[in-house]
Design a protein around this ligand. Structure first.
Ligand code: ADP
Ligand code: MG
Length: 324
């Protein structure tokens, strides 16, 4: 970017103290130099956020940074990995220092909370977008994947579902609520999800499969079903809904539908063999995360929804796996 690319990097990105012993060399050279602990495998994930597509151009940069890093860390959580390093490729139309200051505030607050070191990146001129690559460690052979689920395993989700979609509908002006505090809470849930890092690690050796909910429960669970070769029953009346979502959408059926399709939740969806059900409760209680059993895997393909014991044939927005 322009003449002051190096100034910008130095001023905004190169100041994070290096507290990790596994970082031999961080920002400032041609490459970062890093040590992977003996006995661990590296889990790596990249995600891009483009202004106008993944966030509104006028969105608060503090929140954009949180969302960008949280969504990447959520991928590590879903593998049961411990986050270590992140790199950032940033493209912006002009060096906008106010935006950068806000972005760094949100970015480093979350990075430091999880002891994640920014180890490098790239800074270029163009339409506003960010690409993050996160790297973390997982004990050899212990990563949680999408393909180990078996018929009979139980389906769980962490936290509550639906708030992110409600917040987005408010942001986009598709819906409104009279209560300003309620609107603010839901919008905050849209931007400021907490990646389920500790829960993911706690589920290693307990869950048979896992992923994070970025496209909506039905859509994402579909990936586990395909990769594992099983079908699922979801009991929609068991879905964990927040108090705020119930106030946003008092119609129970519509609230459940939001919970089934809400993307960018960054909660974990995971499957558990019957023998490990007790272990789930204990493991997640230790990290203070609520998990709810919402259904069970069956032989076959596709997802069947039950509401209060009756099969329902809801047409869900953005979900096309029903036909399988
Ligand atoms: P090169 O031309 O060798 O690719 P750059 O000038 O792009 O190097 O970057 C110089 C240093 O600053 C490198 O260590 C790079 O990783 C780091 N860097 C550049 N942009 C960013 C950024 N947005 N965030 C973090 N580190 C960055
Ligand atoms: Mg470069």
């Amino acid at each position: 970017m322009a003449t002051n690319e190096f100034d910008l990097i130095a001023r905004y990105f190169a100041h994070q103290a290096v507290n990790r012993k596994d970082v031999a060399l961080a920002i400032g050279d041609d490459c970062a130099v890093l040590d992977v602990p003996v006995g661990s495998q590296l889990a790596v994930s990249t995600d891009s956020l483009v202004a106008g597509t993944h966030f509104l151009s006028e969105a608060d940069p503090v929140r954009v940074a949180h969302k960008a890093l949280a969504s990447n860390l959520s991928d590590l959580a879903a593998m049961g990995a411990t986050p270590a390093w992140v790199s950032l490729a940033l493209t912006m139309p002009e060096p906008d220092e106010a935006w950068l200051a806000g972005f760094c505030q949100g970015f480093f607050a979350l990075a430091e909370y999880y002891n994640v070191q920014l180890i490098g990146g790239d800074t270029t001129k163009g339409p506003l977008s960010l690409t993050l690559t996160v790297q973390g460690f997982v004990p050899q052979g212990k990563a949680l994947t999408r393909c180990g689920a078996q018929s009979g395993d139980w389906i769980y989700v962490t936290g509550t579902l639906g708030d992110s979609a409600a917040g987005l509908a408010l942001l986009l002006g598709q819906k409104s609520v009279d209560d300003a505090a309620l609107a603010e809470t839901l919008i905050d849930r849209h931007y400021c999800a907490q990646p389920r890092i500790l829960a993911g690690q706690a589920l290693r050796g307990i869950a048979s499969a896992a992923l994070d909910i970025s496209d909506g429960l039905v859509s994402d669970l579909g990936h586990i079903l395909k990769r594992s070769g099983v079908a699922a029953v979801i009991e929609v009346d068991k879905l964990p809904l927040s108090e705020e979502l119930r106030r946003f959408e008092p119609d129970a059926e519509k609230a459940s539908q939001l919970a089934l399709t809400s993307g960018e939740e960054y909660e974990l969806c995971f499957t558990v063999p019957e023998v490990n059900r007790g272990a789930v409760e204990t493991a997640l209680a230790h990290c203070g995360v609520k998990a709810t059993c919402v259904g069970q895997l069956r032989p076959g393909t596709g997802i069947t929804l039950f509401n209060a014991g009756e099969a329902v044939d809801w047409q869900l927005q953005g979900y096309d796996h029903f036909a399988e």
